[in-house]
Design a protein around this ligand. Structure first.
Ligand code: SF4
Length: 302
């Protein structure tokens, strides 16, 4: 065993630790969280509910609850003096109407980039394209995009793999004109795989690249960091699509760990001990204080 290995193992020499500039809240998430907090300050006597988690992060959900902003799956029957926040992922038009009819004041915090995807899907439907949404069928953002497009056309499908395209290929082929929108947090490499299968099915293929700029920049930076690191630590919720995609980008290139809390680093001590160059990146829904906690823990070697 070499001396340097012994030193590193027992004296925990400092490592080269860098963090991604793009790590943490994107502008859409930041705006949603800040607006929700301000809403409570401006309306201290109103009950404030968010239908589904504002963002995919349990720490943020807890913090909002402590401020009196409650995340619910179903709204209460009594809408008196109550506000319902529509989260950054968006909501179906039908559900928004129901909430208004139930008497809630609606504050729509759908991210502007998500709104753009909804509008582009509607435009494609109006222009007579068979609308293909590349994304996860059960993701709230995709559910809302699909619901908007379905108000304008019955020819709308969600696909997230080559196999899922194969399952609807006859309908797509007979329609001939295919219009594509993409869930904002998809990776470009995954989208390319799906597009490759769509090309031979269409006479005309119109692709709206709706991966949001914040996501694509974060993914590009993460890719570069992964190429130059022995280990990448991805911080953020495992239910967050964009955080999970960051881990997927790194995995083929270098050792990767995806953690939700700084304490989870304890489970990877051996891996961390062996790494010289460690990069830390985080999804759009990961709070800055959590990223700092992870970096501190790595720097202290504790
Ligand atoms: S990841 Fe992109 S689309 Fe999603 S909230 Fe952030 S800026 Fe908006």
């Amino acid at each position: 065993m070499s001396a340097s290995f012994l030193e590193r193992r027992f004296f925990k020499l400092p490592k080269n630790i860098q963090s991604a500039k793009s790590a943490g809240f994107c502008y859409g998430v930041k705006k949603a969280v800040d607006t929700a907090k301000k809403l409570k300050i401006d309306n201290p006597n109103k009950k404030i509910y968010i239908l589904g988690a504002l963002i995919h992060n349990t720490l943020v959900t807890k913090e909002l609850e402590e401020l009196g902003i409650f995340t619910v799956d179903e709204l209460p029957v009594n809408a008196d003096n109550a506000i319902c926040i529509i989260r950054s992922h968006g909501e179906t038009p039908e559900r928004i109407e129901q909430i208004k009819e139930a008497g809630f004041e609606v504050v729509d915090l759908t991210c502007p980039d998500v709104k753009k995807v909804q509008q582009k899907a509607v435009n494609l439907a109006d222009e007579g394209y068979f609308v293909v949404i590349i994304g996860k069928e059960n993701h709230p953002e995709v559910i809302a995009i699909r619901a908007n497009a379905c108000l304008h056309s019955e020819n709308v499908v969600v696909v997230n793999s080559v196999d899922e395209v194969q399952a609807v290929k006859d309908a797509l082929k007979s329609h001939k004109r295919i219009g594509v929108v993409i869930q904002t947090t998809q990776t470009i490499s995954h989208v390319q795989e799906v597009i490759n299968v769509l090309v031979p099915l269409a006479k005309e293929l119109k692709i709206e690249n709706t991966i949001c700029p914040s996501t694509s920049n974060r993914q590009k930076e993460t890719l570069e960091l992964a190429k130059n690191s022995d280990l990448v630590v991805v911080v953020g919720s495992k239910t967050s699509a964009n955080t999970t995609h960051l881990a997927q980008i790194c995995e083929p290139l270098t050792k990767t760990i995806h953690i939700e809390t700084a304490q989870e680093l304890n489970n990877y001590k051996e891996l961390i001990e062996k790494a010289e160059n460690i990069s830390v990146t985080a999804g759009a829904s990961t709070p800055q204080n959590l990223i700092e906690e992870v970096i501190n823990k790595l720097e202290k070697g504790e």
